[in-house]
Design a protein around this ligand. Structure first.
Ligand code: 2HA
Ligand code: ZN
Length: 269
């Protein structure tokens, strides 16, 4: 079967990166069964020939109108598809979709009629929000990191920026490479519009947000960077747990040392 990726190295590179990250999510143990989802705005890789392709699905409602998505194209992991399968066969476990003229439906265009992720309303609402504010971000990652999700079962960690400071204070890397910290979103039904709206509100301040007792969402220029931020936060969580399981409270990098990092690396927060 021909693939839309043939003779399109830029588009193929995007999908190869998605597949690589999907493999990492599985290896990390963050992607049980069909857990997690990935979408990437691939509009910049879409040529006139792709634009002329016929849809291979009905127009499927998004559930809301997203005006900034006019003319946009996305690669989306498929609903009920496994990350470990996306890693090996991305175009069988995900699909390329375009937003229809009315900005409230999408159509699957290639390679196969794989219906997008159950969290599509959050993903597309996030992309709509990012484009609307002129952001360069193109990738949205949702995954279930065991350590970070466990932390959201402690009400003390759900207070604003308690987890940001705790995780920043474990290792300088996290302060430097996750400089906007970690937002917290109270539990909402997976796949719901409320979860999408709460996520967008937090993304005003954070690039990575926790869905309480569920998972994490991260946004960045590309899928590798989106993964790296979650990986860095998870490393901090591991250091915290390791110290606690050795029977002591970790001393932590001090606020002064964190401010020194802020100045040295010109961090935004
Ligand atoms: O796609 O992770 O939140 C499966 C999920 C839903
Ligand atoms: Zn999830």
């Amino acid at each position: 079967m021909n693939s839309i990726l043939e003779n399109r190295p830029l588009l193929a590179e995007q999908i190869t990166d998605v597949a690589e990250v999907a493999g990492y999510l599985w290896q990390k143990g963050w992607a049980e069964r069909n857990g997690g989802n990935i979408t990437v705005n691939i509009t910049a890789c879409v040529d006139d020939e792709i634009k002329s392709l016929k849809a291979i699905s009905e127009a499927i409602p998004v559930g809301r109108t997203l005006p900034f998505l006019k003319g946009c194209w996305f690669f989306c992991k498929g609903t009920n598809k496994r990350m470990r399968d996306l890693a090996r066969r991305p175009m069988e476990n995900g699909a390329i979709v375009r937003i229809t003229e009315d900005c409230s439906h999408y159509e699957i265009v290639a390679d196969r009629p794989v219906k997008p992720t159950s969290e599509i309303i959050s993903h597309l609402s996030i992309h709509n929000y990012l484009i609307g504010k002129g952001s360069s971000y193109k990738a949205v990652l949702h995954t279930h990191p065991t350590d970070l999700v466990a932390m959201t079962h402690n009400p003390a960690f759900l207070q604003k920026d308690v987890l940001s400071y705790l995780l920043w204070s474990m290792i300088p890397e996290t302060r430097a490479f996750c400089p906007r910290g970690l937002g917290i979103i109270p539990y909402s039904l997976p796949g719901s519009g409320e979860l999408a709206d709460a996520t967008i509100r937090e993304l005003d301040e954070y690039d990575v947000v926790m869905w309480e007792k569920h998972g994490v969402v991260s946004v960045s220029d590309n899928i590798m960077e989106a993964f790296d931020m979650v990986d860095t936060l998870s490393k901090s969580a591991q250091i915290y747990f390791t110290a606690k399981s050795m029977g002591f409270e970790p001393e932590r990098i001090s606020r002064e040392q964190m401010n020194e990092l802020k100045t040295a690396f010109h961090l935004p927060k």
